[in-house]
Design a protein around this ligand. Sequence first.
Ligand SMILES: Nc1ncnc2c1ncn2[C@@H]1O[C@H](COP(=O)(O)OP(=O)(O)O)[C@@H](O)[C@H]1O
Ligand SMILES: [Mg+2]
Length: 311
Amino acid sequence: MKQRHDRARGPARLVLGLMSGTSADGIDVALVRIPPGPAGSRRARLENFTTLDFPRDVRAAVLRLAEGAPTTTQELSRLNVRLGQVFAQAALAACRKFRVSPQRIELIGSHGQTVYHQGIPSRFLGARAGSTLQIGEPAVIAAETGITTVADFRPADMAVGGQGAPLVPWVDHLLYRDSRRGRAALNIGGIANLTVIPRAARPGQVFAFDTGPGNMVADGLVRYFTRGRRQYDRDAQMARRGRLLPALLDKLLADPYFRLRPPKTAGREQYGAACVQRILDWGRRHRARPEDLVRTATLLTAYCREHVFTS
Ligand SMILES: Nc1ncnc2c1ncn2[C@@H]1O[C@H](COP(=O)(O)OP(=O)(O)O)[C@@H](O)[C@H]1O
Ligand SMILES: [Mg+2]
């Protein structure tokens, strides 16, 4: 790869972005080229992208903690370091795959793995506090890769009054703002979030919120029905064979989350194991077929969005 030089303003920067979302389906690594220029007018370009697998036992531990399973400070602390190692190895493996030397990378931005998130503050030990915790120790990433690493974006957002999520709107504004057209960007991961960028929007006019479940509910059902052999419903193979269960869909759409006004954030607390268990219980009572439950969970993702705008 040839480095493009703008002598008047310095070289373009190569940055690696590391991300693992609520699905913990893998470590996304993006190689981004950021041309010189004032912040805000920068046109970042995606040079390359790959997703690397978590070691199986590491993923299982992450999912357990993110579900709020009982843990110890020892386990949390050790998993923080172990994940840092895994992220560092992912960054180095991605560099090999992209055929770019780690020495050429100026910076790693690591989101970390969210294991707890409470966006709306509540009273705690005499004061109001919200909190969010991403693990995957950045000091380990920096040491193992030799690349300066920045992290803790979500706590930083909360420290100045944000809800710590979604963080995508700022970048969506940079990338998709248009002087003639309003745009909306929808990202369906484990949880789905929407950014609305009005025509010629200034940063403060952009708004964003989590619409609710993305793939998380369907993923959980598929994992249960296949006893962990499949992690998600690839290309909706199962949902396509099923039929919508209107009574179940209505029940799921009665979730008060859908009636909350944005901004709002959702997570595994709402749509993780407990939600999947409620659907399985309902399915047992009504003798529902697995594929019908998976189809209904899949359609929930589509319908809750419509609900957001009609309520
Ligand atoms: N071919 C596919 N068919 C159906 N679902 C898919 C497919 N590929 C990925 N997914 C879904 O996308 C999810 C991962 O998306 P991602 O944007 O990485 O989410 P997150 O940010 O929550 O990790 C997986 O959990 C899976 O449900
Ligand atoms: Mg992911």
